[in-house]
Ligand binder design. Structure first.
Ligand SMILES: Cc1ncc(COP(=O)(O)O)c(C=O)c1O
Length: 445
């Protein structure tokens, strides 16, 4: 990545055709920010600047950009087997990958269903939960419980159980029979917590209230992000996830952890379930599974769930669900190579070993102008800014633009800055990242 590629470095003549996702299109197209290449911890912008990646793309490039082993695996597979269906057919890489993945999971998680994104993984998990209860003769368990401020992608299932108002309010009545737990964040009790906040485990008891309201016999599953990312980094209070697990067990509800951002090392362990020592029944993943080099999502299912489907009559398809690209050969090849890189470089342990230095750097921002909270876990940070009165989101977005100008990619949601860099980062990258961010914060209105 020695300089801008002459082929890609110019701004396309016409930016109109691409209707950009989760973007203020009109604003972007007036002053576009294009990334034209990437390597390791850095992007290169169209105007030739090196941009330190403080967000691993979108929480997904955990092993850093353009890793040769992953690139080579994709190239070789594209030549060998461009596509193979997995409906009533198969190909070896899909089976090999599933075995590799289940070997990383806690005992009893021996089955993988493939999707192509986090949103699809979530819809798949919700459908498996519903169909599981039906398969065992409790088809009246149709309710799904999500959480306020939860993000589970943008499918109708995901936005129904999700709790972000702008992702819901434009799209009609959504799925019927969904209820929501309260979110777990209260700045007055938790501000500047290092790691898991002490306060808030009791919020899981709200599940008892919801169960009492609807009756357990109507509820299929509860879905939460172990650490909520997209809604501004909400770290679970100590004891909270354990309580959710116990209440689900008491009432026969499946517990789904959406590990689309926490999976593959972000907390310094393979999965959040390992970090917190709490086992759900279904786990959704995406992003880091292929280091984002090819889209892929997956659901990991505990054996008792999978086995309930295998009692269907002989000759019958057990689960009427799947995507043309479930287990796409290129995604499988990318994922296998990604798992090699994680393993060979010990990247999850590396993240764990960097977490203390990271935490100190995050909390060094306390006291800077507008900073009303800093929170962290693993290699994740949330830095909350006081909103400008009457202009919510404007201050954080200004920080985003100024950081980009300086050479740092951050992500903002509301007035919260979220950081989640690749796990290959060095201490010097952390110093550089927080140095730039502090300078920007000092210069904000
Ligand atoms: C927890 C969680 N679930 C689901 C998704 C959706 O993933 P995708 O954008 O790949 O559909 C995301 C994306 O950020 C996420 O953070």
């Amino acid at each position: 990545m020695d300089g801008p590629s002459p082929v890609h470095a110019t701004i396309p003549n016409n930016l109109e055709a691409f209707w950009m996702p989760f973007t203020n299109n009109r604003q972007f197209k007036k002053a576009p920010r294009l990334l034209v290449s990437a390597e390791g911890m850095h992007y290169r912008s169209h105007d030739g600047r090196r941009i330190l990646d403080g967000t691993a793309g979108l929480w997904c490039v955990n092993a850093g950009h353009a890793r040769p082993k992953i690139v080579e695996a994709i190239k070789a597979t594209a030549q060998e087997l461009d596509f193979a269906p997995t409906f009533q057919m198969g190909h070896p890489l899909a089976f090999e990958l599933a075995s590799r993945l289940t070997a990383m999971l806690p005992t009893g998680f021996d089955h993988v269903f493939y999707a192509n994104s986090g949103s699809e993984a979530v819809d798949t998990a919700l459908k498996i939960a519903l169909a599981y209860h039906r398969a065992r003769g409790e088809g009246q368990r149709t309710r799904l419980i999500g959480r306020e401020r939860g993000y589970h992608g943008v499918g109708f299932g995901g936005i129904s159980v999700g709790g972000i108002v702008n992702n819901r309010k434009f799209f009609g009545p959504l799925l019927a029979g969904v209820d929501h737990l309260p979110h777990t964040h209260d700045r007055s009790k938790q501000a500047f917590s290092r790691g898991q906040p002490e306060w808030g485990a009791h919020l899981a008891d709200e599940l008892e209230r919801i169960v009492a309201l609807h009756d357990p016999s109507t509820i299929a599953a509860v879905i939460v992000e172990p650490v909520a990312g997209s809604t501004g980094v909400l770290i679970p209070p100590k004891g909270y996830l354990e309580k959710l697990r116990a209440i689900c067990d008491k009432h026969g509800l499946l517990l789904i952890f959406d590990e689309v951002i926490t999976g593959f090392g972000r907390l310094g362990s393979a999965f959040a379930t390992d970090h917190f020592g709490v086992q759900p029944d279904l786990i959704t993943v995406a992003k880091g599974i292929t280091n984002a080099a090819v889209p892929m999502g997956a659901v990991f299912a505990r054996d008792f769930i999978h086995d309930a489907f295998m009692k269907a009559p002989d000759g019958q398809i057990e689960l009427f669900h799947g995507y043309t690209y479930s287990g796409h050969p290129l995604a499988c090849a990318a994922a296998l190579a990604t798992l090699d890189v994680y393993q060979e470089e010990g990247l999850f342990a590396r993240a764990a070993s960097m977490a203390g230095y990271w935490e100190d750097a995050v909390h060094s921002l306390k006291g800077l102008p507008h900073v009303i909270d800093c929170r962290n876990l693993g290699i994740i940070a949330g830095i909350e800014l006081e909103p400008i009165p009457g202009r919510p989101t404007a201050r954080a977005f200004d920080a985003f633009l100024k950081c980009y100008e300086k050479g740092l990619l951050i992500r903002t949601t509301g007035d919260i800055i979220a950081l989640s860099p690749p796990l290959i980062l060095e201490r010097s990258h952390i110093d550089e990242m927080f140095g730039m961010l502090a300078e920007v914060l000092r210069g904000l209105d």
